[in-house]
Ligand binder design. Structure first.
Ligand code: ATR
Length: 277
């Protein structure tokens, strides 16, 4: 490996990852010298490739689909938020050579909502669509914001109930089926399903979004996702996709590795301008 501090994102697929661009913009902006590459790593090669990377003095990794659970198992130590989310998106080589696993997805979402969009979560009711890994990564940091309650809804209701049970010690959270939502409304609806990837929409009914409520899709795309379009149809105060969260989770990882906080606004604005051209 070269003398320059090495970082990478591992995943499969990885070709369209924006992470190398985001981290090189952060590095330029903060005057940090580092290299950050996107590497195609299938699940079955994860442990070996990660071992090689850190043995060759690699400093830190981001892990994305389908590797976050494997990264969680790989880490020698875990932060509290990573322990609860059972998924790791950031691995950090520490001074003693041991590997710390963290999950910056949830804090990335919360930072984007509160700081970038001025959406307060305290005393608000939140509906999370989906009960997979993406939901698990955001629930803890959302509960830390003291919402009145969080409802997790899922097609496979048992997964929503299990997830709610796992986080019940941290706040007011329940799980349910889509049919149970009838007559309810929420200040914030977050789409954590993988439906957007196929431009699909979970079975949502009219009236689910409270007056002045907002929508957030964890997925992002150059065109508005099906869920962002649904939010606009419901006259959401804001209907946002996950581009800001992507940059904010990256900034949190950058901070863990380099102890320097990049200016995320600049990078979000640049990526926004690129996708509107
Ligand atoms: P991820 O790690 O991205 O969360 P996952 O663990 O496979 O991926 O979870 C995908 C989530 O999206 C699940 O909650 C899934 O619902 P089921 O558990 O019932 O399968 C949800 N999902 C995917 N497509 C969906 C759709 N078209 N409508 C509603 N929910 C959908």
């Amino acid at each position: 490996m070269s003398n320059i501090d090495q970082y990478a994102v591992y995943g499969s697929p990885i070709k369209h990852s924006k992470s190398p661009r985001i981290h090189s913009l952060f590095a330029q902006q903060t005057g940090q010298t580092l290299e950050y590459n996107a590497v195609l790593v299938p699940a079955e090669q994860f442990t070996q490739q990660t071992g090689n990377f850190f043995e060759q003095a690699g400093r830190g990794l981001n892990c994305t689909v389908p590797l976050k659970e494997l990264a969680w198992e790989y880490a020698d130590q875990l932060t509290e938020r990573a322990t609860l989310s059972k998924a790791v998106n950031t691995l950090i080589r520490q001074e003693d050579g041991s590997i710390l696993g963290d999950n910056t997805d949830g804090i990335g979402l919360v930072t984007d909502l509160i700081h970038n969009h001025g959406i307060e979560l305290a005393q608000k009711s939140i509906l999370i669509l989906g009960a997979g890994g993406a939901s698990r990564g955001i629930i803890g940091p959302l509960l830390d914001q003291s919402p009145t309650q969080i409802t997790v809804v899922n097609r496979t209701v048992s997964k929503a109930l299990t997830l709610a049970e796992e986080f019940s010690h941290k706040g007011n959270i329940t799980g349910c089926a889509y049919a149970d939502l009838s007559g309810l409304s929420f200040d914030m609806i977050i789409n954590a399903t993988s439906a957007s990837l196929s431009d699909d929409l979970p079975p949502l009914t009219e009236g689910l979004l409270a007056n002045q409520g907002s929508c957030y899709d964890l997925a992002y795309s150059n065109q508005p996702t099906a869920f962002v379009r649904w939010g606009n149809q419901q006259a959401a105060a804001k209907s946002l996709d996950g581009l800001g969260m992507l940059v904010e989770q990256a900034a949190e990882a950058f901070y863990l590795w380099r102890a320097v906080r990049p200016n995320t606004q600049e990078v979000i604005q640049l990526l926004e301008s690129e996708r509107s051209t």
